[in-house]
Design a protein around this ligand. Structure first.
Ligand code: PMP
Length: 358
């Protein structure tokens, strides 16, 4: 937290109707697009070169289960290949996870507000959504999530850092949660933005102790490969096998695989990209603090402005200043970090409002 947070009711999603993925408004006038939390930085030149080279061989199918990428991840993390599954982005893997582990009639618990695809994918799997309100500091309320676990709970989704609020669960909090969670419940740690807040690989070290833990990661954010579509998961051998069993064959394209393998190896580029985005995030945050805005500290490549009922007004002002942002009506606005000019445009948009939106 940057300052003491105002408390207020957290809107819960409508359960029972199929929710829709929201889109940013007014893209026609926008100069800086990127309200989906993509990296504002192009992929590593080595990844682009690898994809270009792979393009010449696309008359052939890729390996049936992304073996090259699995081997690269296995080598670096010191996990067996059997503990890893890869797919066309973490969304595709999450769909597989739910189809393997969240049968119709079972319940899937997740914090809300969190990643807006969760209720959609849970509904598609035919399972029941159990959203648990974030606490007053926009963080996961792990105690309430634990208390919500019942006999019908199949999966718990924890998003760390949380999209869209940016809040971070520390490893000790996750460990404590896992200590208390029943072993029959699969705990999915969605780490789409982990590179922006954790430099090590701490969560993977928990896999030995907690056989019901699954770690989900992506090449879409810090690696800059959102358009290529590549993600991976780490889990106990049996769980990874069950998830591979429901994978569409050849789901990871040869282009995505080549790009991901090269980006994975290019650690210096990853570090430099992350450092650039984190520096810009810190700049924007410090300017927001200077304006007296109250908002949670972010561990992602975005910042959450809890603008409440003024979210659409703030979004419109940002669009008018040339930046697309994502407004969640009644809750807040998520600003994806981009270049300095885009940050300045967001600040100018805020300054154009008659009063602060939070
Ligand atoms: N998890 C979270 C928390 C996300 O924010 C996103 C992308 N917005 C994803 C998963 C999906 O990422 P991808 O399918 O591109 O890997």
């Amino acid at each position: 937290m940057h300052t003491g947070m105002a408390t207020g009711p957290v809107p819960l999603p409508v359960v029972g109707t199929l929710p829709q993925y929201s889109r940013a408004a007014g893209l026609g006038t926008v100069k800086w697009v990127g309200s989906s939390n993509e990296s504002c930085i192009a992929p590593a030149p080595s990844a682009v070169a690898a994809m270009t080279e792979a393009a010449a061989g696309t008359n052939r199918y890729p390996g049936i289960a992304g073996e090259k990428l699995v081997m690269a991840i296995s080598d670096t993390l010191g996990l067996s290949a059997e503990q890893i599954a890869v797919g066309a982005g973490s969304l595709a893997l999450l769909g597989q996870i739910l189809s393997a582990y969240a049968p119709p009639g079972s319940s899937v618990i997740y914090a809300w507000r969190s990643y807006e695809a969760y209720p959609i994918l849970i509904a598609l799997a035919g399972a029941n959504s159990v959203p648990v309100a974030l606490d007053a500091c926009h963080r996961h309320d792990l105690e309430a999530i634990g208390a919500a676990i019942g006999a019908d709970t199949s999966v718990v989704l924890l998003c760390n850092p949380n999209n869209p609020t940016g809040t971070v669960l520390e490893m000790w909090e996750i460990t404590e949660f896992l200590d208390n969670a029943p072993r029959e419940v699969l705990v999915v740690l969605d780490e789409a933005y982990t590179e922006y807040s954790f430099s090590g690989n701490d969560s993977a070290e928990l896999l030995d102790k907690y056989p019901n833990l699954l770690i989900l990661r992506t090449f879409s954010k810090a690696y800059g490969l959102a358009g290529a579509r590549a993600g991976y998961l780490l889990a106990h051998t049996d769980i990874a096998a069950n998830i591979r069993a429901v994978a569409p064959p050849f789901g990871l394209s040869s282009l995505a695989q080549a790009g991901a393998v090269a980006a994975w190896a290019d650690i210096d580029y990853l570090k430099a990209s992350v450092a650039e985005v984190v520096a810009e995030r810190d700049y924007l945050a410090s300017e927001l603090v200077a304006r007296g805005l109250e908002f949670p500290s972010s561990g992602g490549n975005f910042v959450w402005i809890p603008a409440g009922f003024r979210s659409l007004e703030l979004e419109a002002a940002c669009v008018a200043h040339g930046v697309s942002v994502r407004a969640f009506q009644g809750a807040g606005v998520r600003v994806t970090i981009s270049v300095r000019e885009a940050s300045e445009a967001v600040l100018a948009a805020l300054d154009s409002l008659s009063t602060l939106p939070s």
